[in-house]
Design a protein. Structure first.
Length: 175
């Protein structure tokens, strides 16, 4: 029975591990912390695998565990600050989307508050609905909308293209 459970769990991780790792890396903003976050969530999942495998959406269950664990970590570390000049290169193109691979995008995401950052990642990088994001974050849909609006506005400002006085607004071409 234990071998069957182990095989099911191993298959689950093989099928969904890449997607979950991508989410973890985007939420934490760091590949190594993302791996730690996923490992923490999978350890909890394994302990209650009989319950999880019967759930309607086991991936959503693990994703929720990751979000909760991340929020707990951040709350514990609120008084300490870690500054990085650059992010390490992450191998494997499957781990993060093209936008998140750029240092500029990752740095911009990390400048957002924790809740806003999480809402933007879940809505736009994980492509979850407002309802799914609200459920994962433990808040209302209007709160998700508020966080996403603030996040997108902040990202627009942080990632605004460099203005060149030789460019015309209508054509975007040099004069």
């Amino acid at each position: 029975m234990t071998e069957h459970r182990d095989a099911e769990f191993t298959d689950f991780v093989a099928d969904h591990g890449g997607q979950l790792l991508r989410t973890a890396c985007l939420v934490t903003g760091d590949a190594h912390l993302g791996e730690d976050l996923l490992q923490t969530a999978l350890a909890k999942t394994y302990g209650s695998w009989a319950k999880v495998r019967q759930a309607d959406h086991p991936v959503a269950y693990v994703r929720r565990l990751m979000i909760n664990a991340h929020l707990s970590w951040v709350r514990r570390l609120t008084n300490t600050e870690r500054v990085l000049e650059t992010f390490p290169d992450v191998g494997g193109g499957d781990l993060q989307s093209a936008h998140a691979e750029s240092d500029e995008m990752r740095q911009a995401l990390l400048r957002l508050s924790l809740r806003v950052h999480t809402a933007v990642v879940l809505r736009y990088f994980e492509d979850l609905s407002e309802a799914e994001t609200a459920q994962l974050m433990g808040c209302s849909r209007s709160t998700v909308n508020n966080h996403v609006s603030k996040g997108l506005a902040a990202l627009r400002g942080l990632l605004a293209p460099v203005q060149d006085e030789n460019l015309t607004p209508a054509s975007g071409r040099h004069q």
